[in-house]
Design a protein around this ligand. Sequence first.
Ligand code: HEM
Length: 512
Amino acid sequence: MSSDVVNTKRAKANAAGPYGKVGQALNELDDRLGVAKGGRTFMDKIFPDHWSFMLGEIVLYSFVVLLVTGVFLTLYYIPSTALVTYHGSYLPLDGQRVTEAFASSVNLSFAVRAGLLMRQMHHWACDIFIGAMVVHMARIFFTGAFRKPRELNWTIGTTLLILAIVNGFLGYSLPDDLVSGTGIRIAFSIVLSIPFVGSYLGFFVFGGNFPGATVIPRFYILHVLIVPALILGLVGAHLFLLVRQKHTQFPGKGRTEKNVVGTPMFPVFMAKTTGFLLMVSGVIALLGAFAQINPIWQFGPYEASRISYAVQPDWYMGFLDGALRIWPSWSFHSFGHTIPFEVFIPAVVLPGIIFNIAYAWPAIERHFTKDNEMHNLLDRPSNRPKRTAAGVAVLALLSTLFIASSTDVMANFFHLPLTEVLWGMRILVILSPFVAYPITWKICKEVQAVKGGGKRKTTNVVTRTAEGEYVATAAPVYVDDAHSELEATPVPRFIIEEPDEQDESGVRTAER
Ligand code: HEM
């Protein structure tokens, strides 16, 4: 249609007034921007619905809270290691020589209106952000959502997880309290442990020997600018790919590899997701208001000669802390060089192996299964016993390493010598993946067997009659096709008998 015809049509429609004033203004705007057509397509995007798809949204919305509260904190925090005498409203610290970074963080907590709430919300949002990301990653892994064509999004996701952990560490290093200073010292030792280049790298990153005066300003720029910008860019790419490739869906009636069944972006998904944004922010605000986190005034300022007891790093650093604690003190001395394996292996090699396996997993699986098909329908974890068992084994290893990060507390609590606790944790950490793998594999096989190898199985359902009598009746549980359980317990809203039609609850089916 020529632009003259379109203009004449629109002018007539405007004259007749079917759009109203707002509609006319929007038409005028679209004449200039030309985004209505693309916007319509976007608004019509179909989102399949499942509770586990909300995990990615929790990650996204806690990131929004992180950005908003983080901007507030930058208005008051001073990234400087210059020494000042503290004379703020927290009297136990009065007269102490502390860094400006520490003093400004304590002032943020006690002297700035809503400052403590913002600090605590920021910290909680970070813990939830990374926690939800790990659970989101687990759902992608166990359902096989990383398979072709979504390998690139899996890679972006793994990078996001690493960046988030790094940024969390940088953030809790900033207040320069006893816990964060200890963490920075550990980080410096980890960099130093890298064979041959460690000392050069350490001096380069820290601008000289530990602690130096540049580390806090450098960490600050990385924490508030560089890493968040990288995360923001990668989140954009992640969501772009998600919309472009369309979401996976769980198998069920009417759902195929070639369609996507769910609710449209506007109004259904948008209304739900906006509600979810408010809920996630609300929960973080409640935690920030009522659950104390990182009370730096109790830890006190960092002093190299002091060390804290019973203070763990944030949870996502726990596995590293645990690995460092339990690794035997082996080191290599020769040719005038020392390689401290007791630091290098647990803190560099181990996370290196874990994250490289994560990056390579889609390729590893493709190599063994020879499956190069496109997958839009998700797996049930029990239908993939080896993958599920491997995932649980890694989670078991990481969880026992996490527990090992509290060896001092356990020794005190159980009145045991620290070395015994260390040995106990070493054995547990080694055993955990080897125990978790076969147990999970067996459970998956059992679940598959329960499905009955193609036969309809029954179970007894006990019902109580109006007279109070209990009656046992046989009811079908599974029909064994690949997705039997979903068919046995359908969510009626989702089921579309006629493709490309919309049911009364707004659920639609679209071709991929
Ligand atoms: C800043 C971090 C992240 C954000 C904000 C984020 C956000 C999201 C959202 C909102 C979705 C759609 C809803 C859902 O499926 O849950 C999604 C899907 C996806 N995410 Fe993430 N995610 C992040 C990190 C990760 C990580 C760590 C991985 C895995 C290594 C990952 C892999 C994927 C994949 C493969 C999909 C497509 C899933 C499908 O279509 O079923 N993401 N992400």
